[in-house]
Design a protein around this ligand. Structure first.
Ligand SMILES: Nc1ncnc2c1ncn2[C@@H]1O[C@H](COP(=O)(O)OP(=O)(O)OP(=O)(O)O)[C@@H](O)[C@H]1O
Ligand SMILES: [Mg+2]
Length: 387
């Protein structure tokens, strides 16, 4: 397949930015899209477009204007029906339009995995009103987790310990919903030992590849830190890889997927997956010979991936904004970078909101423990200032 290719990137956040850099290193031309100007990936792309990606006509206009070879979605909020049409016209959609469609909402992918493939997930049910929540909750038992079917980064998600907390959780879920479906999933709370992201790569030619599992810690349903490698029981790892392969084979297409799994004392439980690089996978920017963004770029371009190696134990730690503001300035970056083995990625977001992810600190060390300490220390040294 001759290079370069023209890529239309739908969603221009920090993951899109790193993907754009990886693809540009392979000579690709990037048209980065988002619903606001000067988003992180816009800043490193050849061209930028600002429009509503939930509008099929607007999306089709942009595709006609740029005539891309490949469409790479970076976010969930995209009119997937338009992608299905565009794919049928011969444009490569990553990983494919079917996978994007299935993973856009929690209910579609969950039903596919649990019911069609018979893979263990948390026991779950759906509700579209407070009353339905009560019925479903009674069948699952407390504590349980409630989430909107359309949301990400923990938005609208809460732990419900008893019936008295259901009303508050339902209202909170409504406030965090994206799209027009007032629907929530209620799930058995899994008291896991740890949770992993298993980065799984489907190739045009060649077998499915796996990165070494990434462990992560979440707060408010949002990732705080991740690290790699981990010591994991080999049988458990094989089970995790089998689940990831089964699900990604069912979805099909080519590219990197982030498969999220809960690991308990005796089980591997499927949680959800992203058909694209995963936020917790930013650690691979320093841990591996090829980052998750390089792997995504190579696989969608049909380029070989002869080996995936871990260079050194590594960790990532997010830098979150403490308040809402415009054009933030970053203080303490010098202090963070003076720690040996630490690197910083400032995303370049034009505005901040409370708890919005603005940067990530990456660290390598001789052990994962030390890498986590360094990344966390570096993140604490960085703060945001506004004019
Ligand atoms: N059933 C559950 N039991 C225990 N913890 C859970 C459960 N569901 C979610 N969590 C916790 O909340 C986190 C976020 O949940 P989930 O991945 O489903 O939502 P999300 O909003 O899509 O997050 P992201 O977009 O950051 O991946 C999980 O990584 C896990 O730590
Ligand atoms: Mg998740």
């Amino acid at each position: 397949m001759p290079l370069p290719k023209k890529i239309l990137l739908l969603g221009s956040g920090e993951l899109g930015k790193e993907f754009a850099i990886s693809a540009k290193r392979l000579g690709c031309q990037i048209v980065a899209c988002d619903n606001y100007p000067n988003a992180p990936a816009h800043q490193v792309a050849d061209e930028q477009e600002v429009f509503n990606m939930l509008s099929a006509p607007e999306l089709k206009n942009i595709v006609t204007k740029h005539a891309p070879d490949i469409i790479v979605p970076e976010i969930e909020a995209i009119r997937t029906e338009a992608l299905i049409d565009l794919e049928s016209q011969g444009i490569q959609v990553v990983p494919n339009a079917n996978a994007v469609n299935y993973t856009m909402n929690r209910d579609r992918i969950r039903d596919l995995v649990a019911e069609n493939l018979g893979i263990r997930t948390a026991i779950y049910g759906y509700a579209e009103s407070e009353k339905e929540c009560l019925n479903v909750a009674n069948s699952i038992k407390y504590p349980l987790v409630m989430k909107p079917v359309m949301s990400s980064s923990g938005k609208g998600q809460s732990l419900v310990k008893s019936e008295s907390e259901l009303k508050r959780a339902w209202e909170y879920a409504q406030s965090g919903m994206r799209g027009d479906r007032e629907r929530v999933i209620l799930e058995e709370y899994i008291d896991f030992k740890y949770e992993i992201t298993l980065l799984t790569i489907r190739q045009k030619q060649g077998s499915t590849l796996f990165c070494s599992p990434i462990v992560h810690r979440q707060e408010r349903g949002d990732y705080q830190e991740s690290w790699q490698p981990i010591e994991m029981n080999q049988d458990r790892l094989r089970e995790a890889q089998e689940i990831a392969k089964k699900v990604t084979d069912q979805l099909g297409g080519v590219g990197l997927f982030g498969v999220e799994l809960f690991i308990t004392d005796d089980e591997v439980i499927f949680s959800e997956l992203s058909p694209r690089p995963h936020d917790t996978g930013m650690v691979t920017l320093v841990s591996q010979n090829l980052s998750e963004f390089d792997l995504h770029a190579r696989s969608i371009l049909g380029l070989p991936i002869p080996e995936i190696l871990i260079n050194k134990p590594a960790a990532s730690h997010v830098v979150l904004a403490e308040k809402d503001g415009m054009s933030p300035k970053y203080i303490g970056v010098e202090d963070a970078l003076s720690i040996a083995g630490v690197d910083v990625r400032i995303f370049g977001k034009t505005t901040s909101r409370v708890n919005r992810r603005m940067a990530v600190c990456l660290a390598t060390a001789d052990s994962v423990k030390e890498a986590r300490q360094k990344a966390s220390k570096a993140a604490k040294l960085i703060s945001l200032e506004y004019e």
